[in-house]
Ligand binder design. Sequence first.
Ligand code: SAH
Length: 219
Amino acid sequence: MAGTVEPSFRGARRRLIETLQDKGIKDLAVLNAIDAVQRHKFVPASTRHRAYEDAALPIGSGQTISQPFVHARSIELLELTGRERVLEIGTGSGYQTALLAQLAAQVFSVERVALLIERARTLLAEMDVRNVSMLLGDGTLGWRDYGPYDGIIVGAGAPHVPTAYSEQLAEGGRLVLPVGGREEQVLCVFTKRGTQLERRDITPVRFVPLIGAGGWPPG
Ligand code: SAH
């Protein structure tokens, strides 16, 4: 319609940031990234009015964009300073990818659903995000070519830690991964110390399953 201005949702985004702070998110760089990235662009038009609720939303292909609090908490656990190379598994909508692009030097993102990765690729290009590389494939195998990574962040739940992740993590690097059952998991952060991964349990979560050779079977 002539004269219609696309809403920028600034106020709604501000309220979301206050909600996240109330829920305990402290990392100002993470909060600034959430302020900078337009989440409403990453959700289907039919749910756009709900884009700044602290809720997960469907994005098609049976997948969901995670709740903003879960994204914020997971990224906070990576303790990024801006110099890191980060591997993301499960690009999904590309929203978390866009947040990571603001907070790390280089982002490598792997997704197994072609439709989702193509949509995310288009959106990030439109937003002129240039420090992200994407791969269509089984993210339980990581992305060997560009490792080791200072951080690995996984947006789907695994039955156990895929061996590729410990292999592709740099010394002192962090892996954020939901571990547990197909429906419910515990969000864990692992720190690489020599050949060991030091585990810390953060909070119960519900992610879609990580499907692949090092994860769950499909279906
Ligand atoms: N952070 C994303 C989460 C999307 S849901 C967002 O907020 O949009 C999790 C994603 O992981 C889904 O898109 C799903 O297709 C993907 N996924 C599941 N198993 C995978 C695997 N083995 N490799 C890559 N992506 C995987």
